[in-house]
Design a protein around this ligand. Structure first.
Ligand code: BDP
Length: 719
């Protein structure tokens, strides 16, 4: 008996041990920080004097109202303060004569009313901090702003903060599919568990809403622009409604990407022609059904006649015809139609750069007031560095929304550290000269340049293609959280600097150590240029088909010329680069003369944009004193070498950071370095076959041959 029982007992104990250890590991990873809490960490403030000062100012939270969004504000403050101060601050409903607390006031007139409904004011008066706004959402944003003050250890005495969003629709675009995958997602599967919805509500949905609300993001498109019609079925609308119910108390509205041919596929009509009365009726009925299920539904996002997606042109109609049909369906409701301008035809003679401008500018003034045209930041496709899209400033009668990409499709997925705020700022701060000097892209986007609307609310939009997924830390690369953060902050206020946002995020997420903060901020601010240098320097680009990760500058075979690599860089025995001046595609003519002037002359065109606009001889001497070939090599090599510098900088901040988080990033930097060399080698060895010049000193020629790299890429691309 004992003989038999003993091993079973031992095995049982062992299993118990293993399972309890597994449990411990999943709830508390070694070192502690698994990244799940993002920038909403609310860890106890260890500076006792500071903690006490904050505690004196936050003895209660007075909720003067009962709306759900206001309640979220109070609850978030309570959660935050519990963590930061280590005590539970009571939520009370009437202030009476009490002082020394935080008062939340929605709808009440403020001393200085904010510029718009979602703006807030935080004012300290006789020992009371009042957060006021015309709307509940504004109070929620104010509550997060107050927490941010404490999270970044700012004083509260005499606090006077007022802020209003510069853009009306601040939203994430999820490219999530029905099957749980994410197009261009690198942080796991979709956050939305379609098979569990609408019955089971993952607690994570609420945390997602909290994170967005903390930045002022007020909308989310939950499905892929390459949309499945299934999202518009009654079955899925119930699921979407369940998500909307979770997001609503955080001021976030839900939007859907729609499949333009749904009247045919879902409605079983003979056509999806936007001018067909039955088609129009189908959309009217569908939109009505949506609003019956989701009364505060935000609107529709459409990718049409782009990359094989159906659209109005299939019926000889225009983008405006398609968008206006949907706008008509939306007319009775407070929702919008967001129509994407990401279009380009498979024309072997065309320059893809020119496509969106050619198709959309003739339609300026033809769109219904409910339509916003959403434009990617650059004319091609989220390249590491692109000039701003010439559409900005070219459609004064049409509200243009910005589409940035947070997910790092061309920026090294989740293994490369690339802080994107400098990329966003570069575009937003670019001058279109549409109405003279100072006509920045930001002013096109926020409506101040063209004043878009006179007959209704303004329609201004900034969208970010989300980088979130089911990974515990949301974004795969822990530092990629900063891109979500930066996008939200800039959508609220595009005048913030990339550095200020980085410092704020570091303080809330990584460390309060001043030296470490400066080092990390510097590293983040340089990271995008470093990436560009080893990946696509001086205006090279690489939007060829495939996974968008492996280097394949030699790729020349595809059903469409614009889905090859050689189409973009045009390397030959003379030089490299795409001539977009009058002697080439003349895409430059799509910009205002002042902009053309900056880029038109290869002698004066800034080097970061040179090969976007010029085919430059290998031997051409540049402003740096080097020939083009030498300059390219210099950038590829210093770029890749700089990743070593990033590793050193990261190593130096180790004592100031959580060990688990530090180790995670350190490991990714090792991968990044290896991949940076891979990129460098691929490009220089390939371009060398045209330039026929040696790698300039002090750089050493790659250890592998071009065939070796090609082989490694082939292996990488194996399915
Ligand atoms: C490209 C992506 C593709 C998207 C497309 C889009 O590679 O997956 O569907 O953009 O924005 O960057 O529609």
């Amino acid at each position: 008996m004992t003989y038999i029982l003993k091993p079973i007992f031992v095995l049982g104990c062992l299993l118990l041990l293993i399972s309890s250890r597994a449990q411990t590991l999943s709830s508390l990873p070694p070192g502690g920080d698994d990244g799940y809490r993002l920038w909403l960490k609310y860890d106890l403030i260890d500076d006792v004097a500071k903690r006490q000062a904050y505690a004196r100012a936050a003895q209660f939270i007075a909720l003067t109202g009962s709306g759900p969004v206001l309640r979220s504000a109070a609850e978030e403050l309570q959660t935050g303060l519990r963590g930061l101060l280590g005590k539970t601050v009571p939520i009370i409903s009437s202030v009476g004569s009490r002082t020394g607390g935080i008062v939340l006031r929605a709808g009440a007139p403020a001393a200085t009313p904010p510029a718009n409904r979602e703006g807030y004011q935080i004012a300290a008066d006789r020992n009371t901090l009042t957060i006021s706004s015309p709307s509940e959402a504004g109070v929620l944003y104010g509550a997060f702003a107050l927490l941010r003050q404490m999270q970044t250890r700012q004083p509260l005495d005499g606090l006077s903060l007022a802020s209003s969003p510069k853009v009306q629709y601040r939203m994430l675009n999820h490219w999530d599919n029905v099957d749980g995958t994410i197009e261009r997602g690198y942080a796991g599967g979709s956050l939305w568990k379609w098979y569990e919805l609408p019955e089971r509500i993952d607690p994570r949905y609420r945390d997602y809403a909290r994170a967005n609300a903390s930045l002022g993001i007020n909308g989310t498109v939950i499905n892929n622009v390459n949309a499945s019609a299934r999202f518009m079925t009654a079955e899925y609308l119930q699921k979407v409604a369940a998500l909307a119910a979770v997001f609503r108390p955080y001021g976030i509205r839900v939007y859907l990407s729609v499949y333009f041919a749904a009247p045919k596929t879902l409605g079983k009509l003979k056509t999806s022609d936007p001018l067909d009365p039955e088609v129009r009726k189908w959309w009217n009925d569908k939109v009505k059904e949506i609003y019956q299920i989701i009364p505060d539904f935000g609107g529709l996002l459409v990718k049409a006649n782009s990359e094989g997606e159906p659209g109005p042109q299939d019926y000889g109609r225009t983008h405006a015809d398609g968008a206006n049909m949907l706008a008509e369906a939306m007319k009775p409701y407070d929702g919008v139609v967001i129509w994407r301008a990401f279009v380009y035809k498979a024309d072997p003679k065309a320059d893809r750069f020119r496509a969106a401008h050619e198709e959309f500018t003739p339609l300026d003034g033809q769109f219904d007031p409910k339509v916003i045209v959403q434009v990617k930041n650059g004319p091609i496709d989220f390249q590491p560095r692109e000039p701003f899209s010439p559409l900005f400033g070219s459609m004064p009668k049409t509200p243009l929304g910005m589409e940035f990409q947070l997910t790092q499709e061309y920026l090294g997925f989740a293994t490369h550290l690339v802080y994107e705020a400098p990329l966003f700022k570069e575009c937003l701060d670019a001058d279109t000269y549409a109405s003279g000097k100072g006509s920045t892209v930001a002013r096109v986007i926020d409506g101040s340049l063209h004043g878009y609307r006179t007959d209704g609310p303004s329609r201004t939009l900034m969208a970010g293609v989300a980088n979130t997924g089911s990974n515990l830390n949301w974004t795969g690369h822990p530092m990629a959280q900063a891109n979500w953060y930066a996008f939200g902050r800039l959508a609220w206020d595009h005048t913030l600097s990339a550095e200020a946002i980085a410092r704020e995020w570091i303080g809330m997420t990584l460390t309060h150590n001043p030296q470490a903060t400066s080092r990390i901020a510097n590293l983040m601010l340089r990271s995008r240029d470093i990436y560009v240098d080893y990946n696509t320097p001086m205006g090279l680009s690489r939007p060829w088909t495939g996974v968008h990760f492996a280097p394949e500058p030699w790729q020349a075979r595809s059903p469409r010329p614009d889905w090859t690599a050689v189409y973009y860089h045009r390397a030959d025995s003379v030089g490299v680069g795409f001539d977009r001046t009058a002697t080439g595609s003349n895409a430059l003519a799509q910009y205002r003369p002042e902009v053309q002037q900056q880029w038109n002359d290869p002698e004066t065109c800034p080097l970061p944009y040179l090969l976007w606009f010029h085919h430059v001889p290998w031997t051409k001497k540049l402003s740096t004193g080097r020939t083009l070939w030498d300059e390219l090599c210099n950038r590829f090599y210093t770029g890749a070498d700089s990743v070593r510098w990033m590793q050193q900088e990261w190593a130096a901040v180790k004592p100031a950071l959580d060990p688990a988080l530090h180790a995670d990033v350190a490991a990714r930097l090792v991968t990044q370095h290896r991949e940076a060399i891979w990129w460098r080698d691929a490009w220089v060895l390939y371009l060398q076959t045209f330039a026929k010049q040696p790698i300039p000193a002090p750089f050493k020629k790659p250890e592998r041959t071009l065939d070796d790299v090609k082989q490694s890429v082939e292996t990488y691309l194996l399915r």
